[in-house]
Design a protein around this ligand. Structure first.
Ligand code: URA
Length: 283
């Protein structure tokens, strides 16, 4: 029977499905159709006699591996409110950004960590006048272990440079999540709450003059609001620190949104000018 060619749109849909499942890297140049391969028994039967006789008649007993057996990982429950409390307590015990970073890197209870390649903690200068909090690492950030290094991060850098701020002393940048959700799935509430416990402490310890929340997810999580980004952006709000100080906070569009909707860059430019003005006014 003649094979029906697969339509391009079906192939594209299959590729999208793989990407959604987090399968994003090809291991070999060409795909291997394992259904088309003969079963292993058939392969053994076709080994030429010379090669076959070169094999030992009796199997060599396996020598014990010189390496220690990998420690069995205790199953970690992923959705317990206790884990969120644990994350909060751990974060509270940290009194410097470096301690917090070590705590986040050593935290094993967030399921996102198990599928991520790297912990993406922060970049730039802790203690810089501006701290930006984005949403979650993407594939570039996961690969390199730094926030905002992909195309949207490059746009973010250009926007900040337009008001004279660079990662080298001008701003500090992080996300509400420290690990990339597999296939960019929506993180569960517990995953968000665990990471947010650390992020809140991160803001306290970095103590910027101005906090910038990039994107609706970050605004909703940090400000604990259901209000959308379109209403919130461009208006100063106060983020209350533990000592009662109100940190001037600017919600703004996420650069990934600006890449999709360049017409909105005009509004983001106004947000940047407001940040620049506020920085000049603050002591
Ligand atoms: N988008 C984010 O919100 N954070 C990153 O680190 C990269 C892209």
């Amino acid at each position: 029977m003649a094979e029906t060619p697969i339509a391009t749109e079906d192939l594209a849909a299959l590729l999208r499905w793989y990407a959604d499942q987090g399968v994003e890297e090809a291991v070999e140049e060409r795909p291997v159709d394992r259904f088309a391969l003969p079963p292993p028994a058939a392969v053994a039967a076709t080994v030429p006699a010379a090669k076959a006789s070169a094999r030992p008649a009796t199997p060599t007993p396996l020598r014990p591996s010189p390496l220690p057996a990998p420690a069995a990982r205790a199953p970690v429950p992923i959705e317990s409110p206790q884990l969120v409390d644990d994350a909060r307590a751990l974060a509270e015990r940290c009194s410097t950004v470096a301690e917090l970073e070590a705590a986040v890197r050593g935290f094993e209870s967030c399921a996102l960590k198990r599928t991520a390649k790297n912990t993406v903690f922060a970049d730039g200068t802790p203690g810089a006048p501006v701290m930006i909090v984005g949403e979650a690492p993407g594939s570039d950030e996961d690969r390199l272990g730094k926030p905002f290094v992909g195309v949207s991060g490059q746009l973010m850098d250009r926007m900040m440079a337009a008001i004279g701020l660079t990662r080298d002393g001008g701003f500090y940048i992080t996300n509400i999540l420290f690990w990339r959700p597999p296939g960019n799935r929506t993180p569960t509430l517990a995953e968000q709450a665990m990471c947010l416990a650390f992020t809140r402490r991160h803001i306290e310890l970095a103590r910027p003059k101005i906090l910038v929340l990039a994107g609706g997810t970050s605004v909703k999580a940090v400000l604990d609001t259901t209000e959308g980004i379109t209403r919130m952006r461009g208006k100063w709000v106060g983020y209350r620190l533990a000592d009662g100080t109100e940190l001037p906070t600017m919600p703004t569009f996420h650069p990934a949104y600006l890449l999709r909707t360049p017409a909105s860059k005009r509004l983001s430019w106004m947000d940047l000018l407001a940040i620049d003005k506020k920085l000049k006014e603050l002591p």
